[in-house]
Design a protein around this ligand. Structure first.
Ligand code: GLU
Length: 304
């Protein structure tokens, strides 16, 4: 398979296609993005990289970072984490409060906002300098010291984060948040503000295609078993309330973010990232979804 040819073809095919999506505006800073940006990058476990379009431009990875926070928290506290967060798909939007009250402050899964807020709380309890240590962890996975938080995005989210504040407060009332509410929100917003290019994203998430080991030095970060579980959670919960549709049409574990990125993993083979900021009605990149569908069709490489 000529992957470079394929990524180029997909880029050409979708570049000028009508995009019915809309850039996320509820975080004002995200509105500033050029809506026509479009990049694709494929990284194989043998470390070959194939990119097309704006695949080296950085963007706000937003919720995609929740997988990295989960990975770090699992490393630190192990299976105890599952007492505070469940592993079921929510079937509701990522920021829905409805289920949380019925289910007594236990989030459905770690990839919706409430779940990631509990994971943030765990990291704060375990780390001396949570923001610095989390960033160092991400940089290690990325093998790249140029990965950073975007302070403007943090400030923008803080100013408009009424619902996230509601989540933390509600969970605190059920005793599922141990630390100070503002501290949890501050960490969570930093985590969401991380910027990466498609190439950096694929490189970082290659860990989950490589059984939990870094490809660049063979260091084990998490066990095979935990890698399997994280991929399973991405498969069931990674695309908001469109995870079923993503499994149906793409057939890979994946995670999306409101910055317009989607990362998808083929265990044992590759990691692919797409960025196009306009989102469909469920909050997933409109073009990204289609690119990945055609990619797994052309390569006949879904996990199913
Ligand atoms: N920081 C965003 C929020 O909390 C993340 C949303 C996302 O990418 O799903 O609303």
């Amino acid at each position: 398979m000529d992957y470079q040819q394929l990524t180029d073809d997909l880029h050409i095919k979708f570049k000028d296609e009508i995009d019915k999506g809309k850039v996320a505006t509820y975080i004002p800073e995200l509105k500033k993005v050029n809506p026509n940006k479009f990049g694709i990058n494929l990284y194989t476990v043998s470390c070959e990289s194939y990119g097309a379009g704006d695949f080296q431009d950085k963007f706000s990875i937003q919720s995609i970072s929740k997988v990295l926070a989960l990975t770090y928290a699992l490393k630190l506290v192990g299976n105890k984490l599952w007492k505070r967060v469940d592993v079921e798909p929510s079937g509701d939007p990522f920021n829905s409060l409805v289920q949380l009250e019925f289910e007594k402050g236990i989030p459905r899964n770690p990839l919706i906002n409430s779940g990631a807020l509990v994971v943030s709380d765990i990291l704060i309890s375990k780390l001396k300098n949570p923001k610095t240590e989390f960033l160092a962890f991400v940089r290690k996975l990325a093998n790249n010291k140029q990965i950073n938080y975007n302070k403007d995005v943090v400030a923008s989210e803080k100013a408009y984060g009424y619902k996230n504040a509601a989540h933390v407060n509600l969970m605190k009332s059920f005793k599922n948040i141990k630390n100070n509410v503002d501290e949890v929100l501050d960490f969570y917003y930093h985590m969401c503000s991380i910027e990466m290019s498609c190439e950096e994203l694929s490189r970082t998430y290659l860990l989950f295609a490589n059984g939990g080991k870094l490809t660049y030095n063979d260091e084990r970060i998490i066990s095979r078993g935990r890698t399997k579980r994280i991929n399973a959670i991405m498969q069931l919960c990674g695309l908001y309330d469109e995870a079923g549709e993503f499994s149906f049409r793409v057939g890979l574990p994946g995670k999306s973010g409101v910055g317009g990125g989607i990362v998808a993993i083929h265990p044992g083979k590759y990691c692919i990232s797409v960025w196009s900021p306009k989102l469909n009605k469920k909050g997933n990149s409109f073009k990204g979804f289609q690119v990945l569908e055609l990619f797994t069709t052309r390569t006949e490489s879904s996990i199913f």
